[in-house]
Design a protein around this ligand. Sequence first.
Ligand SMILES: [Zn+2]
Length: 457
Amino acid sequence: MTKKIFIKNAFLIVTMDDNRTKYSNSNIVIDANKIEFVGQNVPKELLTTETEIIDAQNCVVLPGLVNTHHHFYQILTRVLKLTQDKKLFDWLVHLYYIWAKILSPETVMFSTKVACLELLLTGCTSSVDMFYVFAKNQPENLLDYEIETAKETGIRFFPCRGAMSLGKSKGGLPPDEVVQKEDTILADYERVVNKYHNPDRYSMTQVILAPCSPFSVTEELLKQTVEFAKKRQLLCHTHLAETKDEENFCIEKYGKRPLEYLKDCGWLENYCFFAHCIYLTDDEIKKLSQAGSGVSHCPTSNLRLASGIMKLKTMLDNKVNVSLAVDGSASNDSSNMLSELRQCLLVHKYFSGPESISAEDVFWIATRGGAKVLHRDDIGCIKVGNAADIVMFRIDKIGYIGALDDPLAALLYCGDTQIADTVIVNGKIVIREGHFVNFDEQKIFREYIEKYKNIIY
Ligand SMILES: [Zn+2]
């Protein structure tokens, strides 16, 4: 018999189905890795004496949040004094050397563990990660260490085989020590996809191909990547239109604006998605929409590096597939997913007016939006037959008193913590009563102090 979980008498279930259905005082039954029932009256035959019961009477229950852009390896370089007050290109030029120096199988595994656990703790059950720094003095399979570690944390994972091929000597931004040759990268795409990619419904690991950005990869690599992706039915991901500096770089080097350049490399496709997309004209936004390409919106990182504010309202009005993301740990500098939703809500209320976006709209972007961008119809929504990726937040706290006219919005506007009470991924409970089932937070912190605190000096 498969394991069953009965989430009982939830204060509010927010399904994020097509009608945005919500249920009060209702229930969810999970059978193995799938949702078997959602609603008020649970048919008795669905429950057995072995069923685990979770009391949800003081919880808002949501589909697990989906994060579509991150760089886990940056965890050990959060809020560095050296780069805290720099804009993107200066920030990168300083950090490339530090990353090249500190990355190793051990630091990749440790950073991955911390990033995944922080995401899970704040309600995120699916995450993309773009790993792109392959330093010459390190083993070429650092990504494998990341994938194996992410698997241990229990998160649903979309690892990007990132890449840089345009070093300083060829007019790119990164130092030559961290770039690779195109044929090395293509051979590794093949290796990683064969080893880890699972295309099936409910898959826990799907590999994405990710040449890093227009200023760190060659035209040749961009073109070869989409060809490979098309052949193997994979998604492609890169950074696009993040700063004015990038726009100037593309115009000077290629005589084109960033989106036009990527379009000419074959990237304006529905299996491609782009992080940031700040410096796009309204016409370019329409082109993204027509192509069905996705966007990973990273509001905190964009504010932190003073890159700019993405035109979210224009994108939504044009039905662009927008998702939400925390971005890398050296520019957020947190993997707090629920906090990212709050940031998104507040910045766009200011930018486009208070009626332009609601808390519920932001939850939609961070659930259904993410699922759409990742071409997944089995996550981001609580409905029968979907993967059992469910998060629960307690609302019986001081921070929510007076806020229960709209308990869903309260999760973004109020509260004194973004820590989930319960997190279930693919039917497995990974967080219970706000604590990891399989990890000891204090022990991980001690490991940081003992091994990594002074690593960059
Ligand atoms: Zn990024």
